[in-house]
Design a protein around this ligand. Structure first.
Ligand code: 5GP
Length: 199
C-alpha cells in the first residue's frame, strides 16, 4: 500500500504462449496508462531484437537470478523452460503500487496460480484461451521468434497449459482480437473500479 493510502490491486493475464496475452496486455496499458502499471519480470532468457532491458524484462544472468532467489527477492519464480527462469520481483510490485497504480501481469500458468493464491481477492486472474490448439501452433510459428527445438518445447508446454483453464477467475477466448480486447477492458474496469482515460 502506498503512503497515500492507495489500495493497489492486481490483474494477471495468463495463457499458453501464442494465445495473444501480450497484445491484450499492451492494449490495456495504453488505454489505462495512468491507472495501471506493467510488472516487468526478471528473466534469464536471451533478449529478443525489439526488446528493451528494464521495460520488457529485466534481463539477468543465471548467477544474478540465483542470487536474487537466495535473497528472497522474488514474489514467485519459475523455470518456465529448461535453464530459462522468469520471476516477479517483490520490489516491482511495491514500485507500481507506490505510484498509485494497479498492477498488470503477463505470466505463465504456474506463476499466475501462485500470485493468485498469495493475493486472493485483491487479484483477478484471467486465462486467455485461443479458439483452438491448431491456431495456437500457427500463431507461434508465425511469430518466427523460435528455433525448431524451442518451438517443440513450447508446443509441449502449451498442451499442458491449456488444461489449467478451470483454475482461474475468468476465461477470455481470443478469437477476434478487437472483441477480446473489449472484453478485457470490461473485466478490468469492473474489478479495478476504473474507467477509460481521455486521449
Ligand atoms: P516469453 O519468453 O515468451 O517472453 O515468456 C515465456 C513465458 O513466461 C510466457 O508465458 C510469459 O507470460 C511467462 N512469464 C513472463 N514473466 C513471468 C514471471 O515473472 N513469472 C512467471 N512465472 N512467468 C513469466
Amino acid at each position: 500500500m502506498s503512503a497515500r493510502g492507495f489500495k493497489g490491486k492486481m490483474v494477471i493475464f495468463t495463457a499458453p504462449s501464442g494465445a495473444g496475452k501480450t497484445t491484450i496486455v499492451r492494449h490495456l496499458l495504453k488505454r489505462y496508462k495512468n491507472q495501471i502499471g506493467f510488472s516487468t519480470s526478471a528473466t534469464t532468457r536471451v533478449m529478443r531484437d525489439h526488446e528493451i532491458d528494464g521495460k520488457d524484462y529485466y534481463f539477468l544472468t543465471a548467477e544474478k537470478f540465483r542470487q536474487k532467489i537466495s535473497e528472497g527477492a522474488f514474489a514467485e519464480y519459475e523455470e518456465v523452460y529448461q535453464d530459462q527462469f522468469y520471476g516477479t520481483l517483490k520490489s516491482e510490485i511495491e514500485r507500481i503500487w507506490s505510484l498509485g497504480k494497479h498492477i498488470i501481469f503477463d505470466m505463465e500458468v504456474k506463476g499466475a496460480t501462485n500470485i493468485k493464491n498469495m493475493y486472493a481477492d485483491d487479484c483477478l486472474a484471467v486465462f486467455i484461451k485461443p479458439p483452438s490448439f491448431s491456431i495456437l501452433v500457427e500463431r507461434l510459428k508465425n511469430r518466427k521468434s523460435e528455433t525448431q527445438s524451442s518451438l517443440t518445447k513450447r508446443i509441449a508446454r502449451m498442451k499442458k497449459e491449456l488444461s489449467y483453464e478451470s483454475s482461474f477467475d475468468k476465461v477470455l477466448v481470443n478469437d477476434l482480437l478487437a472483441v477480446a480486447c473489449k472484453e478485457a477492458e470490461i473485466m478490468i474496469e469492473l474489478f479495478l473500479n476504473i474507467s477509460e482515460e481521455e486521449e
